[in-house]
Design a protein around this ligand. Structure first.
Ligand SMILES: Cc1cc2nc3c(=O)[nH]c(=O)nc-3n(C[C@H](O)[C@H](O)[C@H](O)COP(=O)(O)OP(=O)(O)OC[C@H]3O[C@@H](n4cnc5c(N)ncnc54)[C@H](O)[C@@H]3O)c2cc1C
Length: 559
């Protein structure tokens, strides 16, 4: 029997054509060549929620219902008739199915395994475009509606809640959220689960596993983000970091037939993922949010067959012999014929005594929709004079009453793009304070007041501001590399022509040829994007370097 689900599909159909396109008979015939045709009877469960690596179905006759099973009853999410197909982003990402697919009318379907589907989308551009767009729009819709297999119970005043929301959002994983401060049922739910205040936030994972203030790694494990990735397998190339540079390297490596594994300490997207709107990336005249760009790049890399380990940081590189090995904690190491270091950079933390106690509780390092929601219409401070600070100020000015931009220098001209400086000047609720430096943060549990000094006069001002966005200078993520590759005075990795004869002698460069462009002082190990000395701190340059490095990886693999 078909389960008793709600009779009206939950999905908002305003994106109907994009989410649920109808395949033409010619397209269906092409898909049929890759799979098998099978009959379906009413009540047949084709996919069960929680199943891992599920098949893909095109309906040729009959009807399939997509259902989200839940303790409070099943919810009908979508109905597919002839010409429609099943699946969303999890199918490409080889993650567990969020939904059950059940035949509601007898008929016939074409069934493809995930591998057959990946082969098809790599060779048929038209079908690839239709399916990828539908999968991504379906995922966006699920995320917007909070439909999924995860419920987070927490408080907007708690840094761990913000971390987990950010982790799930940046991984594009849909989740529901219950706020303890706003939802009277939330506390009752936690009492029922015997959760103490110290264990908040709580994540109810896949319906029944209760995780108390879990690490990102524990969440990734519970949701199966890294299932079926063989960590001991020798890879042609291991890419460390899944920011724009690492994801670009993954797309080019996998699409050119290399066996590529990406290791990402947190979530795909890197710094770009924390940008509210990137307006200078080629091909997006209206701009694109960093998260959207990262989500599409991630799906693209997986589509070509690259594997991405989430929430697993590289802790060391074993570089004294080949194959190189990237350590990922717990004694696990990944062997690699070539390595691309794309670990980027992170904001420098200003030297303020109690800074860490306000991180996530009034102090933030990215300005996305999530942080804007936390600030509401209150005043906010943005610290920094580069483009990222400018973007944050423009974005936050849409919701905050007043945005104070604090810069240490005399102005913005040396550090910010002209188009952003003009925007800042034109927006009435943005105020620029130059020669300004934060000297103290005050508050009990949450930031309440900020003190800043005028560097010229030494005068200290105290502001009743509860939200500060720190976007000041970048430090490269190279600590994990110890002495394997040559770095410059600021800790960025030296590559190609920047490596002097002395550098190469000290590093015992063993080859006749000089290092390739983007190659470090270790043959076959490359550095791309913001982690590289002399980088330009742009999404486009990071993407360019990631893709260029792959052509040199091919050369070193034949050496
Ligand atoms: C708020 C903001 C707005 C921006 N806006 C723009 C813009 O509009 N236009 C533009 O061109 N540029 C912009 N930039 C700059 C741009 O985002 C960066 O230049 C770009 O992201 C650099 O890419 P990357 O891949 O080299 O490094 P990152 O983006 O820094 O990515 C590095 C990745 O490596 C991971 N990582 C770090 N250490 C490890 C480890 N040990 N093991 C595994 N993984 C690790 C990190 O978690 C991260 O995901 C902006 C930056 C910020 C912060």
């Amino acid at each position: 029997m078909v389960p008793d689900a709600r009779s009206t599909p939950l999905i908002d159909t305003s994106h109907e054509a994009l989410m649920f396109p109808t395949l033409t008979p010619a397209q269906i015939a092409r898909i049929a060549q890759s799979g098998v045709v099978r009959p379906i009877a009413r009540g047949d469960v084709l996919i069960e929620a929680g199943d891992h690596v599920v098949p893909f179905f095109v309906i040729t006759r009959g009807e399939i219902q997509i259902i989200q099973p839940g303790r409070g009853g099943d919810v009908l999410v979508a109905v597919h008739g002839p010409g429609k197909f099943t699946g969303e982003a999890n199918l490409i990402l080889a993650r567990r199915s969020l939904m059950r697919a059940v035949a509601s009318e007898p008929g016939e379907v074409i069934q493809l395994t995930r591998e057959q589907l990946l082969d098809l989308v790599q060779t048929d551009g038209t079908i690839s475009e239709i399916l990828m767009r539908a999968f991504i729009y379906r995922r966006m819709e699920l995320a917007q509606q909070g439909i999924g297999d995860v419920m987070l119970v927490g408080s907007m005043h708690c840094a761990a809640t913000l971390r987990i929301k950010e982790f799930l959002s940046r991984n594009g994983h849909p989740f529901g959220y219950l706020d303890l401060d706003r939802d009277p049922d939330a506390q009752a739910l936690l009492d029922g689960l015997h959760v103490t205040m110290a264990e908040i936030p709580v994540l109810i994972c896949r319906g029944d596993v209760v995780l108390r203030n879990p690490s990102n790694e524990a969440i990734a494990d519970c949701l199966g983000f890294n299932e079926n990735i063989d960590r001991a397998q020798m890879r042609d190339v291991v890419i460390v970091g899944a920011g724009p540079a690492g994801l670009a390297a993954a797309v080019y490596a996998a699409s050119e037939g290399l066996d590529a594994l990406v290791i990402e300490a947190s979530s795909p997207g890197g710094q770009a993922g924390s940008s509210s709107r990137i307006e200078n990336y080629l091909g997006f005249p209206a701009g694109i949010s960093g998260q959207e760009l990262a989500g599409m790049a991630f799906a693209q890399a997986e589509k070509f067959g690259a594997k991405v380990l989430i929430a697993r940081g590289a802790t060391a590189l074993t570089c004294d012999r080949k194959p190189y090995r990237v350590e990922i904690g717990d004694g696990a190491t990944v062997p690699a014929r070539a390595v691309i270091i794309a670990t980027g950079a992170q904001y420098r933390k200003p030297d303020i005594a109690n800074l860490s106690s306000f991180e996530g509780a009034g102090v933030y390092y990215s300005a996305t929709f999530m942080e804007a929601q936390l600030c509401g219409s209150e005043d906010v401070i943005v610290v920094g004079g580069a483009n990222s600070a400018g973007q944050a100020a423009v974005f936050l000015s849409q919701t905050a009453s007043r945005v104070l931009v604090l810069v240490r220098g005399d102005g913005l001209a040396d550090s910010m793009s002209r188009y952003l400086i003009r925007r800042l000047e034109e927006i009435h609720n943005i105020e620029l304070r130059t020669n300004a430096e934060i000297v103290a943060l005050e508050g009990d549990g949450h930031l309440e007041h900020v003190q800043y000094s005028d560097k010229r006069t030494g005068e200290v001002s105290r502001l009743d501001v509860r939200h500060v966005f720190l976007m000041t200078g970048a430090v490269p993520n190279t600590a994990w590399l110890s002495a394997c590759v040559t770095i410059d005075a600021k800790g960025f990795i030296k590559t190609g022509p920047d490596l002097t004869r002395d550098d190469l002698t000290t590093a015992r460069w063993p080859l006749e040829r000089p290092p390739h462009l983007l190659e470090t002082s270790l043959p076959g190990v490359f550095a791309v994007g913001d982690v590289r000395g002399g980088n330009i701190k742009r999404v486009a340059s990071a993407v360019g370097e990631g893709s260029i490095a792959i052509s040199f990886v091919h050369r070193t693999l034949t050496e």
